[in-house]
Ligand binder design. Structure first.
Ligand code: NAG
Ligand code: NAG
Ligand code: NAG
Ligand code: NAG
Length: 455
């Protein structure tokens, strides 16, 4: 109890850093650590540390790093984040970041490109508008089924009395960079909109800004698009090293992506996921040419799994990373124990999606299916682009999809699932620029339409 009093007084005199305060801070960190261990022993992973006697709230002002480690004998990808003074070895407190994000206003409804025209097509494009309205209907339906008020979407409850399964916790990670031309502009739109709806979030950048979830997470090699592999390799390793126990599913994408986080949640809570985790071979893994490979890991329990939009690389299925992809905890363990320190450890390459997928493929694990029963895709390029898609110029070529995965492509609004998860908006940048708009505007526009935020 005395600790709490001290910490409260610290808040009041935030500028006076005394030895006592530092000591009480240290004690809290130690207590927290011990309580975590106890909690873990009793309840297993996936615990909610926000509920732990509310301590993180009380030490809010000083709690950017939840712990620190000595980096003296370590190298990439294990150096951790930089704290605010630039020191490495910081494990960022993601609950602290989530709380800061709650303080951000929702979309900027006074911004003309976001709410005008209100419901007809705007910067999302005419086809994009149709696709988004279809998905909005899907969200409405989910809301009705769960009896949740207008404008809100349910946090689905998967708790069953039979096995005490709790609602899965999702960590969302975004890769970004702070530059003069894009000083976290897209990231700011992401944190205002969909990022808040994940259970944990951070954006790996080269500049710390806890108000929008940006952490400075250095990686091997230079900070450039051509070195995306090292950035993403470090993010997966950082997530494995420090957040593996706190989340059940791990999602990654770039800062040019809009994610319908409620559908991401519904996706990982679907009963099909449980079947897959129990060894079910889906349409991709059961194809004759891939089956033998899938059998290498399908008997593992828990079974490692990865999900995203599939494309073909050297005749095997990999993830097209634009719309992001998901690993379950067993898959991140797979990475942490078999890949993290050795797999292309010093390669400089932008094709992080192909490389991560290849790591899993080499170890007998294929990407799992993400299309719905009607063939609608959940991880795609922008709404406008997929609506006008002619079947020819795709990153995920339908010809190969048919030939290798026996997968059909629907056209128009049927391309998208009404339980769609993510849109990669990069493909719209040129179109947006013609009217002086940015991806940040488009992210907010999507959000405003899907959640009816413009009145
Ligand atoms: C780092 O390694 C050196 C040599 O192996 C050892 O002497 C030193 O104590 C280590 N330092 C830390 C902080 O572990
Ligand atoms: C489920 O949780 C309840 C209450 O916490 C407990 O009494 C029960 O034993 C649990 N059941 C299983 C199968 O773990
Ligand atoms: C972050 O990286 C970009 C791209 O290399 C660079 O232009 C920028 O100066 C870097 N920012 C910081 C704070 O290091
Ligand atoms: C609209 O928002 C964008 C960023 O998303 C900003 O650059 C622009 O200035 C805003 N326009 C108005 C009129 O507020």
């Amino acid at each position: 109890m005395r600790l709490k009093v001290k910490l409260k007084s610290k808040k009041r005199q935030a500028s006076k850093l005394s030895a006592t305060h530092c000591i009480s801070y240290l004690i809290v960190m130690v207590c927290q650590y011990n309580m975590f261990s106890i909690w873990k022993q009793h309840d297993g992973p996936g615990f909610v540390h926000r509920e732990l006697f509310g301590i993180p709230q009380r030490i809010k002002q000083i709690n950017y790093c939840s712990s620190r480690f000595n980096t003296a004998n370590l190298s990439h990808p294990h150096l951790g984040a930089r704290d605010k003074s630039g020191r490495l070895g910081c494990v960022v407190n993601l609950d602290f970041l989530m709380e800061r994000m709650e303080e951000l206003p929702a979309i900027d409804s006074s911004n003309t490109s976001i709410c005008t025209p209100n419901d007809a097509s705007g910067i999302e494009g005419e086809g994009g508008n149709l696709v988004l309205k279809k998905i909005r209907k899907g969200l409405d339906q989910m809301r009705q089924e769960n009896n949740v008020a207008e404008g809100k979407v349910p946090q689905l409850q998967a708790t069953t009395s039979a096995n005490n399964k709790t609602t899965p916790r999702i960590l969302c990670m975004v890769y970004t960079v702070h530059t003069e031309s894009n000083p976290h502009t897209s990231l700011r739109a992401i944190t205002r909109t969909w990022a808040k709806r994940c259970d944990g979030f951070f954006a790996a950048s080269n500049f710390t800004d806890p108000t929008i979830g940006a952490i400075d997470l250095p990686h091997f090699g230079e900070e450039s698009y051509t070195n995306m592999w090292q950035k993403v390799r470090t993010m997966w390793s950082y997530a494995y090293d420090h957040y593996r126990d706190k989340y059940d599913y791990f999602y990654i994408c770039g800062d040019d992506t809009y994610v319908i986080a409620d559908n991401l949640r519904a996706f990982v809570q679907d009963s099909r996921i449980e079947e897959l985790e129990d060894g079910f071979l889906d349409a991709i893994s059961s194809l004759p040419q891939y089956r033998a490979r899938a059998l290498h890991t399908s008997s593992l329990r828990p079974r490692p799994l990865i999900w995203g939009d599939p494309m073909i690389h050297k005749r095997f299925p990999v993830i097209a990373g634009g719309g992001g992809y998901i690993l379950n905890r067993a898959a991140i363990d797979f990475w942490g124990t078999k890949g993290m320190d050795t797999f292309y450890a010093e390669s400089i390459d932008s094709r992080e999606d192909i490389m991560m997928s290849s790591f899993f493929w080499d170890n007998g694990l294929s990407v799992s299916e993400t299309v719905d029963v009607l063939g609608g895709h959940r991880f795609t390029e922008s709404a406008e682009w997929i609506h006008g898609f002619d079947g020819y110029s795709a990153p995920t070529s339908p010809k190969y999809m048919k030939e290798f995965l026996d997968m059909v492509y629907n056209k128009g609004i049927e391309y998208a699932s009404d339980t769609h998860v993510s849109f990669h908006l990069k493909i719209d940048i040129e179109r947006l620029q013609q009217t002086g708009h940015t991806v940040a505007d488009l992210i907010q526009r999507y959000h405003a339409l899907l959640y009816r935020l413009c009145g």
